[in-house]
Design a protein around this ligand. Sequence first.
Ligand code: MG
Ligand code: MG
Length: 272
Amino acid sequence: MIIPKTREEIELMRESALIVSKTLGMIASEIKVGVTTLYLDKRAEEFIRDHGAEPSFLGLYGFPNSLCMSPNSQVVHGIPNNKPLESGDVISVDCGAYKNGFHGDHAYSFEIGEVAEDVKKLLRVTKESLYVGIRELKLGNRVEDVGNAIQKYTEAHGYGVVRELVGHGVGQKMHEDPEMPNYGKRGRGKLFIEGMVVAIEPMINLGTKNIRQHKDGWTITTADGKPSAHFEHDVAIIDGKPEILSTFAYVYQALGIVSNEEEEFRKVPFVI
Ligand code: MG
Ligand code: MG
């Protein structure tokens, strides 16, 4: 059952989402060649606690860390370790923060050093597909309208859309109804409702859509070993339209990237 949130609850969720956004911004300023994911994980845990929140992922289903850090062919759920990052790596950093009874859940894929052009394009298209999907999160639409938009956009570039892992409702629990697949058919799935909040998170592979689950119970890689990209925002439906609660602004600030993608998204009028 989808649990709608009141306006007050959505503001609390925005606070949790923005703690995650700021954490990703801090990571952006530290992530580079030679740094280990375990070091970044410790920094993130301190940062989240310094902001009066708790790391959502630590202990969730037994996950041992505060960040999921998934380099290269790892799709999501990667466990931080002591291996230094290398030039050419791309890495999904997924982070959750729990405050005032609500979770934020939000992810960005970073380039380390010099990254190959085809991988840069994978990151760009995957991030664009996130906004293409969010546009469909409005009253009158259904769950698979979002997935269909993401699938069409990314498959047009020949990429593989992961089937086994999906976005989700978020709130007092990290994973709530509905599941939000990144694929699907128009007009199918649960109807969207006012006040719902979801984490939309395309997981897109450069090659095959197929994945491999490793014996550690967490690590998931692409079946062909090619890179995978992952971006995630928390989005509420307010007045029938999507309102993005998280922001990549802190990441862009730290990386010196000029982007007005979120402003542009808000400028385009929605027809409900
Ligand atoms: Mg996440
Ligand atoms: Mg999520």
